[in-house]
Design a protein around this ligand. Sequence first.
Ligand SMILES: [Zn+2]
Length: 129
Amino acid sequence: MFKGVPYRLTLKGRIYAGWLIFVDWFKRLRPVVRYYQGKYPTNSTCYNCGLPWEAVRESEIDCGIHFIDVDEDHGFFPCCEYCWQRMDDLKKIDAIVALFEEWESCGGSPYTKEEMLDALAQDLQEKEA
Ligand SMILES: [Zn+2]
């Protein structure tokens, strides 16, 4: 009877999607973030929520990490996709400057600050288009 209906539109699919949204929200509560930081102590983290990348990757709904391309083969990721979709542009600039400064403080950034902000501008334009 339900043949041809995509799984995500079935009742079971919707309940599952709702569960994943709940999990993504729950994982970003402070005590849970602290738990994950203890679980993956050597991992870099999302600038916004502080979740280690290993814990972000376990997330199934927002595709994990938000990549920003500098060129075809290179890029960087300041935030998880969950946060990125909920941040305003100023906060995104802050995140990129923070990542740049973090790199500078531990040996030097592979990109100049201008290159990184240009890549962000490109990323934001692609979203609007
Ligand atoms: Zn995040």
